[in-house]
Design a protein around this ligand. Structure first.
Ligand code: SF4
Length: 380
């Protein structure tokens, strides 16, 4: 990647953050310096101060219109519970020991398959401004067991970077993690908002990762996200700035021409980013709770992928039949490993039987999934 990022490049723009029309601020956060900083970047938007108790009020269950409206209103409030949580994996499938740092809820982009539609009972886009509490909690958790390796990500209940042009949170997080010998931060995104990252001293402790999909799925089912070209260009810029990058083919969605679609995006990935900059790539086929299908098909009646055949897994989520999952995983794995034989490629939320069928080894053969990912993150 040559040259500086142009002023009007999507990498420099506020992307979907520009869709925010209105800001609400919880009264108990109004005087925080960080709140003021964010409000200054949202100059021109209407700002409403709301009683603190109202932030926790669970509004009526979201309907189709409320979802879109929720994405246009940014609520600045406090995280009252814990910031750091275990990744909500299940015991039934192989879990990777990931920790989730919950910096906000919801997302201004709008993917048809987004689990947050069923998971959150509040359609508001929220960002937690009590960052001092966040860093106190993070430091205490690490001090509690300093020898443990940790992979911590902010992309579980929101997108890690789409609001970064407004919040600037990446600067604070990258700075905290740069001096942690046994913790890495993963920023997962479908945006290209990486301008803040490029000027930071990250010390290799931050991994920036992108969710990728077949071009057809991206164009039809991932509304208001960055284009695949912009995501890959952003990854190349981060790699050039010394970051290790990751990619998540998740959810892999069956559709006519899926082989060609996934083949094309894998080719484009390796034309843009060199394998030695990639710390891991994950594969995960579409899985969803029944409630998501009813919400998403009502909101997006033109989408057809929820009408394929599925079976219910041991965790209550619907998945494609095992034979189809294995076929798709094998196809993508063969293609990825041909371009990057040393890559740490893993399956998200799958059983050892599926690992065996896809890779001809199980995670146990390699010391367990947690160990495999720690080894990739910390060069063990
Ligand atoms: S980018 Fe992620 S969090 Fe945002 S709508 Fe899509 S799936 Fe949901």
């Amino acid at each position: 990647v040559n040259g500086n990022i142009q002023k009007n490049s999507p990498l420099n723009s506020t992307t979907r953050a520009t869709a925010i029309r209105r800001v609400q601020v919880a009264r108990d956060c109004l005087d925080l310096a960080y709140t003021r900083e964010i409000l200054a970047r949202l100059d021109g938007r209407s700002v409403e101060v709301i009683p603190t108790a109202e932030c926790e009020r669970v509004p009526v269950l979201p309907d189709a219109g409320a979802f879109r409206q929720g994405k246009e209103t940014l609520l600045l409030c406090r995280q009252k519970g814990r910031f750091l949580k275990k990744c909500p994996g299940t015991r039934v499938y192989e879990c990777c020991g990931y920790q989730v740092l919950n910096v906000g809820m919801n997302c201004p982009m709008d993917c048809v398959y987004c689990i947050l539609q069923a998971y959150l009972n509040n359609p508001r886009l929220s960002f937690f401004v009590n960052v001092e509490d966040l860093f106190t909690e993070l430091a205490a958790d690490i001090a509690d067991d300093p020898k443990r390796y940790r992979r911590i990500g902010t992309g579980e209940f929101t997108d890690s970077l789409v609001l970064d042009p407004i919040t600037g949170l990446s600067r604070l997080l990258v700075d905290f993690f740069r001096s942690q010998p046994r913790a890495v931060l993963e920023l997962k995104t479908k945006s290209a908002a990486i301008a803040n990252l490029l000027e930071l001293d990250h010390n290799g402790r931050t991994i920036v990762s992108w969710s990728l999909n077949s071009p057809l799925v991206t164009n039809r089912e991932e509304l208001f996200t960055a284009t695949l070209d912009d995501r890959l260009a952003a990854a190349a810029h981060c790699a050039a700035a010394g970051y290790r990058v990751g990619f998540h083919f998740d959810p892999i969605i069956y559709h006519p021409g899926w082989q060609q679609g996934y083949s094309e995006i894998i080719d484009r990935l390796f034309q843009t980013v060199r394998p030695e900059h990639i710390v891991w790539i994950s594969l995960g086929c579409l899985r969803f709770l029944p409630a998501l299908r009813s919400i998403a098909t009502e909101r997006f009646p033109g989408s057809s992928f929820f009408h394929e055949e599925f079976i219910e897994g041991l965790d209550g989520k619907f998945r494609y039949f095992r034979s189809l999952r294995v076929e798709m995983y094998r196809f993508l794995a063969r293609k990825i490993l041909a371009a990057a034989p040393e890559c740490c490629l893993y399956l998200c939320m799958e059983s050892e039987e599926i690992w065996q069928e896809v890779f001809q080894f199980t995670t146990k053969d390699r010391g367990g999934l947690t160990h495999m990912l720690d080894a990739a993150a910390f060069d063990l």
